[in-house]
Design a protein around this ligand. Structure first.
Ligand SMILES: CCOC(=O)Cn1cc(-c2ncnc(N)c2C#N)cn1
Length: 299
């Protein structure tokens, strides 16, 4: 996977970490309980960061995260702007000013449908993360009830490792493990129902939580319910029996890119540049997802 080579330098902030599509910064001169999460416009597919970036993607997904944070009834990591140095103008629309937490090393994945790594594990074992599922399920099938399928965060560029609930207990202890599972299932179920009212299927998502060192409380962190941390499907497409399974399970935002790559790249080496038309269509899909979920026009 080709990693981003140039981390953004921001006046007054020190870059400390680059993910595939986001970068972390801390204030150069304190306070040390603040973290700036900056979403880039980079898009990744097939484990590659693609070129060019999608203009506006970072801002749109940051706005979507903030919209969900405002609807989720639990403490979150968003910080009061008064408590931190100013956020540089060049990233302000795609930056999330956060309280620095002691992050739990558990990727809290909830699945309302069986696909991706969950389906692969099910096909091998009949279960996911130790949760037995009915026989005969196909890729993309909706599950009777959502399942909590935690993962252990892998180093950048590698896939996270699905673990059992009991393994999550070993990582964080019984009380926190139960609190993570309960919070994840509760938030997912409410978000899935809200999305369904808008004709969008929330197939699965990944939450990250931390402990606030000042209050000890459990805090929802990272990005929430964006199309980078979740699979969203268009319900009208998903239930269209005339379509192939692959088309029915098309991700709301990245399917145009994935389809183009499938037709224009042998998945060897570095992917080709995306044509301007594919970039433009992808921008439209991000805007459509934002509008479908929030009821607001983007921009
Ligand atoms: C590159 C984007 O970040 C991640 O991949 C996940 N991550 C989150 C943290 C974090 N650490 C302390 N406090 C926080 N509020 C957060 C948050 N969010 C570290 N990595």
């Amino acid at each position: 996977m080709n990693l981003p080579t140039s981390a953004t330098s921001l006046a007054g902030w020190q870059h400390i970490y680059s993910g595939k599509v986001r970068d972390l910064f801390v204030p150069e001169n304190g306070p040390d309980n603040i973290l700036l999460v900056v979403a880039s416009n980079r898009v990744s597919a097939f484990d590659h960061v693609l070129d060019p970036a999608i203009p506006g993607k970072g801002a749109l997904l940051t706005a979507l995260s903030n919209w969900w944070f405002s609807r989720i009834d639990m403490p979150n990591h968003l910080a009061d702007p008064e408590s931190a140095p100013p956020v540089p103008m060049e990233v302000s629309d795609r930056a999330m000013l956060s309280r620095r937490l002691e992050m739990y090393p558990v990727e809290c994945v909830v699945r309302g449908a069986l696909t991706g790594s969950g389906f692969l594990e099910y096909r091998e074992t009949g279960s996911v993360c130790g949760i037995e599922l009915p026989a005969g399920l196909e890729d993309g099938d909706l599950l009777e009830t959502p399942i909590y399928t935690p993962a252990h965060k892998a180093p950048l560029g590698e896939h996270d490792e699905n673990i059992s609930y009991e393994q999550s207990v070993e990582l964080v202890g019984p009380e926190v493990a139960e609190a993570l599972r309960e919070a994840s299932l509760k938030i997912f179920t409410a978000a899935r129902d809200l999305a369904a009212e808008r004709g969008v299927i929330l197939a699965d998502t990944k939450f990250e939580f931390g402990r606030d060192p000042e209050t000890g409380e459990l805090v929802l962190a990272d990005e929430v319910l964006t199309s980078d941390s979740s699979r969203y499907w268009d319900a009208s497409v998903y239930f269209d029996a005339s379509l192939s399974r692959a088309d029915r399970l098309a991700s709301f935002d990245k399917q145009i890119v994935r389809n183009w790559l499938r037709s224009n790249w042998d998945q060897q080496g570095v992917p080709p540049q995306l044509p301007a038309e594919i970039v433009s269509q992808t921008q439209d899909r991000y805007r459509e997802l934002f509008t479908r979920l929030t009821g607001k026009n983007w921009g």
